[in-house]
Write a protein that binds this ligand. Structure first.
Ligand SMILES: [Ca+2]
Ligand SMILES: [Ca+2]
Ligand SMILES: [Ca+2]
Length: 228
C-alpha cells in the first residue's frame, strides 16, 4: 500500500506533462503483469521491449488514409502499411482511438494551411486537386493506358473503378473523405467536424469493437493497378 501514493504521483506527473498525443508511459515496476487482452490484437513484445516482426498490411502502393491523406509507397510495403506504422506512434502494433484521432488532427493541420481551424473552399480545392487527386471521381490516376473495354462494352481492368474517387484507395468508401466530414454542409470542415468524422470512421474500422485497430481486422484492398 505504501507504494500507491508514489505511483499516483508518478501518474499525475506523467499525465500533466504528456503531450496531447501521449506515448505509452513505461510500466511502473510495481504494476503486476496485466492479463493479456482478448482478441487478435494482443501484441507480442519481447523482453527488450521491441515488437516481434509483423506481417505488414498487404495492398496497393497508393492508399488514402481513413481521413483522406494519400500514402504513395515507394518501397515494397503497401501504402496502408505506411499509414499504419506512422499512426501507431508507440509502435505497439495497435492504432488506438487516441492515436487515430491524433493522426487525423495532424493531417487536418496540414490541409488547414491558414490555420484558422476550418478547411475552407480554397483549402478543399487544394486538397482535391494537388494533395489527393485520387479523390476526383473520374480520375484514373495515371493509368489511362490500361483502360480496357470488353465485348459487352463494359470497362474491365482497373484503373477504372468499381468504387469512386478516394473509395478506390481507402477502407472508407467515400469519394471525397475530407468534404464528407462537413456535417452541416457549409463547404467548410471544422476541426470538430473532422474529429467527429474520425471517431465515426474509427468505429467502422474497429470491427471487433475493442477500441484498437490491428492489422488483421482491417479490410483487404485490391490493387487498382493493372489487370488480374
Ligand atoms: Ca499504438
Ligand atoms: Ca483554413
Ligand atoms: Ca479492433
Amino acid at each position: 500500500m505504501a507504494r500507491l501514493p508514489a505511483l499516483a504521483a508518478s501518474l499525475v506527473l506523467t499525465f500533466c506533462c504528456a503531450p496531447a498525443v501521449a506515448q505509452q508511459p513505461p510500466a511502473p515496476a510495481a504494476t503486476p503483469p496485466a492479463a493479456a487482452p482478448p482478441g487478435e490484437g494482443t501484441p507480442e513484445i519481447t523482453v527488450s521491449g521491441q515488437s516481434k516482426p509483423v506481417d505488414p498490411i498487404d495492398g496497393p502502393t497508393v492508399f488514402l488514409s481513413p481521413m483522406g491523406e494519400p500514402f504513395r509507397s515507394e518501397d515494397k510495403l503497401s501504402g496502408a502499411e505506411h499509414w499504419f506504422v506512422q499512426a501507431d506512434k508507440d509502435n505497439d502494433r495497435r492504432v488506438t482511438k487516441a492515436e487515430f484521432q491524433a493522426d487525423a488532427a495532424r493531417f487536418f493541420a496540414t490541409i488547414d494551411t491558414d490555420h484558422d481551424g476550418v478547411i475552407g473552399p480554397e483549402e478543399l480545392l487544394h486538397y482535391e486537386t494537388d494533395i489527393a487527386p485520387e479523390v476526383m471521381v473520374t480520375s484514373t490516376y495515371g493509368d489511362v493506358s490500361k483502360i480496357k473495354v470488353d465485348s459487352d462494352g463494359k470497362l474491365t481492368d482497373p484503373p477504372y473503378p468499381t468504387r469512386l474517387g478516394a473509395g478506390r484507395y481507402s477502407w472508407i468508401i467515400t469519394p471525397e473523405p475530407v468534404i464528407a466530414a462537413d456535417a452541416n454542409m457549409d463547404r467548410g470542415v471544422t476541426k470538430l467536424e473532422f474529429e467527429v468524422a474520425a471517431a465515426a470512421r474509427f468505429k467502422i474500422l474497429d470491427r471487433n469493437g475493442d477500441g484498437v485497430l490491428v492489422r488483421a481486422e482491417l479490410p483487404k484492398l485490391s490493387t487498382p493497378r493493372g489487370g488480374q
